[in-house]
Each structure stands twice: as C-alpha cells, then as structure tokens.
Design a protein around this ligand. Structure first.
Ligand SMILES: [Mn+2]
Length: 432
C-alpha cells in the first residue's frame, strides 16, 4: 500500500480487528427523514446500502497462516419496521450478495468481538468521528472497547489507511467516475441552454438536478451553487433565492453522484448570451489559469504545487489588468492574489466531492487519482483597494481531471468553457 497520509506507530501484533460503522438515518423534522447517504468508507469496503450496520475486518495470524475475514452485522428482522420502510437485507443475503465471509444480527456483535479480539489485539477504529451515529459510538465504546473491565490499549485510526487506498481509483472506479462526469456534463449543457434572464436561481439548480436524474444519477453530489451577478462572490451560496438579471453572469457549481461516484463542475456564463468586455477580461484570466493548471496535472506533481502555480499565473494576469500593482514581488503578489482567489485550486474527487481528506495536498499525484482544477476570481462589491470597473464580477471554471501514466485526461471537457463557444451555444438556444 502506498503511504500518502501520515503514518502511524507500527503495530506488530498478530491479531487485528477493524471496526467500521455505517451511517444512520438523519431527520429533517419529526418522522421526516433526509435521503439516506451511506458512510463513504463503509460503502467503499462493503457496497452495503442499508443504515445501522457494522463491519468488522478480522485478521488473525496467531496460528501461523494469516486468516482475514470480513464480517457484517446487520439489523435483525422487524416486520413493523419493514411495513413502513420496505425490506432490508438479512444476514444470509449479506453473505450471498455482498460477498461477506460471515454476517450476523447486530445483537451478536459484542460476543463475536470478544471472541475475535484478545487482550493484545490491535483495534482499528476512529473514535473521534462521532458525528453521524451516536448510538453506535456508544455501543462500540461501552460494549466493545471497554467491555469486561478491560480497555483496548492498542487503538489506532483506520481512516487514513482507507483513504490511502480510496484515493487511487481502480479501472472499474474510473469507469464510474467517467460516467458521473459525463452525466453532469450533459446536464450542464442542457441547463446553460435553459437559463434566461429573469429566471430564478432555484429553477436553474432544479433543471440541473432533473437533467442528472433523468440520465441515471441517483442524486446531486452536493447542493448546486447557482449564483448570479455579485452573489457569485459568496463561495458557498446555496440559498438560490435570487433572480438572474439581464447582463449578469451566472456561476453554477454542480455535480452528480452515479453509483456512489461524484462529479464536480463549475461554469460561468452570460445569461443574455454575450460577455461584456469587462466580464470577458476576467473570464479569460481564469480560463487561461485553468488551462495552464490542467497541463500541470501529471504523475509527480501535487495539488499544492499546482495551486502555487495558479496563484502566480492569476497574479500576473491581474497585474496586466491593473488590479494588482506591477511592482509587487512574488510573496506580496501571492498575498494580494488571495484577496481575489481565496480557495485552493483543487481537491481529490471520488466517492466524496471533497474526497479522501486524510490524504495531504502535498502528496505526489499518481495514475488513477482524480482531482478538480477550479481557479476563480471574485470581485465582491464590498472589496476595497481595487478598480471599480470589475466590482460585482465572480467567475470560476472547474473541471474533473484523471491522472494517467502519461499525464492527464479531462473528464468534463464536453461542457464548453471557451467564451466564444459558450456564446455560440447560447445564441443557438431555442426561443421560448
Ligand atoms: Mn470542487
């Protein structure tokens, strides 16, 4: 296994047990559940979509040959529950369908754990991740880790090891990422063609979601950002309560989830079909930075190194446009750039939109990784010390890029980003 994240103290014992809990149902209000989303590490390791299950990975080489087992603990049968929610996967089916070595009702977890984990056993469990499933953390802490008046002295974090594996996609995963990117790309084209002046940002976001779902995506990967005019300068603007006015740019940051794999695209386009001269000046600075950064995606580079280049490229463009003083040196320039480009140029992409956060952005890029490249420039109306002519403009362009042996492959290039091509596409919109 490649060591991309920080390493852990060595564990030399012969008996290991990893505990990976699933997610549980979250509620919007009394009896009204949010759409269920599985814990990503759990889904990666099991493929199992039901809530409230626990995976044990048991490894025992005490008797000579190592013996590895994946054991899933699922909810017991409950006809009352199934009356409301439909059938759920039984233990026997978990073995048949998901290829588990063994599966049992969750009631059997404490005794199974005691049987599999002696006092010298190393336990791999992320005790600090208590956000999604409080009941399980109580069960694991009280019934497993602190049971029988012993506490596990050898407790290690599992998460970063799973992320080290998840960050490199297999060929099957690359196929799913490609499909996710292609669905979101088609949905982007349809949505850009649909948008009109005086339309609400909510409608534009709903159009994107509809176009993704009708192409087979199960959901959007995150609530789309649809932001017109000065609202594009609010980086995570999700309310979408505004109306797009004639003459404004619309920034849409949106992606879908296809069979568990996310896409993440941003385009910014003029709602009336033509960039103004000033909008185009900023747009071209961002586009040129995006193009240069995509060229830097290859084995051996890193997201942080590409970000550093992005700051320098965008900084020089801003000097040429008279936004930043020409005489600033590199350090001062990067500092000044962060006022207008305050986020990172990219992140890992995979089952999560901000995928494998345990893997550093200093890690060396390797074939099979997928990253986003997403430079932006944001000139809020409120910014001081900059030319008034650009105020109210916010632009980001984002693509999904697979690292290959020979360099990279852009998975989202079907969505036009060249300003002239965008204008051509907009001028061929059906009149409605
Ligand atoms: Mn992104």
């Amino acid at each position: 296994m490649n060591k991309l994240s920080q390493t852990h103290p060595g564990t030399t014992g012969k008996n290991h047990v990893a505990i990976v809990p699933s997610a549980t149902t979250q509620y919007l209000s009394q009896d009204v559940p949010y759409t269920f989303r599985q814990n990503t590490d759990f889904l990666y390791l099991t493929g199992f979509h039901n809530p409230d299950a626990i995976l044990l990975l048991v490894s025992d080489s005490a008797k000579g040959l190592p013996d590895h087992k994946a054991v899933l603990f699922v909810q017991p049968q409950d006809s009352q529950w199934e009356l409301w929610n439909g059938p759920r996967c039984r233990a026997d089916d978990a073995v048949l369908i998901f290829g588990m070595d063994e599966a049992y009702s969750i009631d059997e977890l404490p005794s199974y754990f005691r049987k599999s984990c002696d006092n010298s056993c190393s336990v791999w469990f992320d005790q600090s991740l208590q956000t999604n499933h409080l009941d399980f953390y109580e069960l694991i802490n009280e019934k497993l880790l602190l049971s029988n008046e012993r506490s596990i002295k050898n407790l290690f974090s599992l998460r970063h090891h799973v992320h080290d594996v998840r960050v490199i996609k297999t060929s099957d995963e690359i196929e799913l990422m490609t499909k996710s990117a292609s669905i979101a790309s088609e949905a982007f084209i349809e949505t850009i063609r649909h948008g009109r002046s005086d339309m609400s940002e909510l409608e534009i976001g709903a159009k994107f979601e509809y176009e993704c779902k009708r192409r087979g995506a199960e959901r959007v990967a995150y609530p789309p950002v649809v932001a017109a005019g000065n609202r594009a300068n609010i980086l995570h603007y999700l309310t979408k309560t505004g109306i797009v006015c004639d003459g404004e740019l619309v920034l849409m940051d949106a992606g879908c989830e296809f069979h568990g794999y996310a896409s993440d695209i941003t385009r910014t386009w003029p709602i009336n079909g033509a960039f103004s001269k000033l909008q185009r000046e900023i747009y071209e600075a961002v586009l040129m930075t995006r193009d240069a950064c995509i060229q830097l995606v290859k084995p051996g580079a890193s997201l942080n190194a590409i970000h550093h280049s992005a700051e320098m490229i965008i900084g020089r463009a801003l000097q040429d446009l008279g936004v930043i003083k020409k005489e600033f040196g590199d350090v001062r320039l990067r500092n000044e750039v962060s006022r207008f480009f305050p986020h990172h140029v990219g992140h890992y992409l995979g089952m999560d939109t901000h995928d494998t956060p345990q893997v550093s952005r200093n890690a060396t890029l390797q074939p099979g990784m997928v990253v986003t490249i997403e430079p932006g420039l944001y000139f809020s109306n409120k910014l001081a010390n900059m030319p008034d002519r650009y105020k109210g403009i916010g632009i980001r362009i984002e693509d999904d890029v697979l690292v290959t042996e020979s360099g990279h492959k852009v998975l989202t290039e079907r969505v036009p980003s060249d300003p002239t091509r965008l204008e051509e596409m907009l001028s061929s919109r059906p009149t409605s």
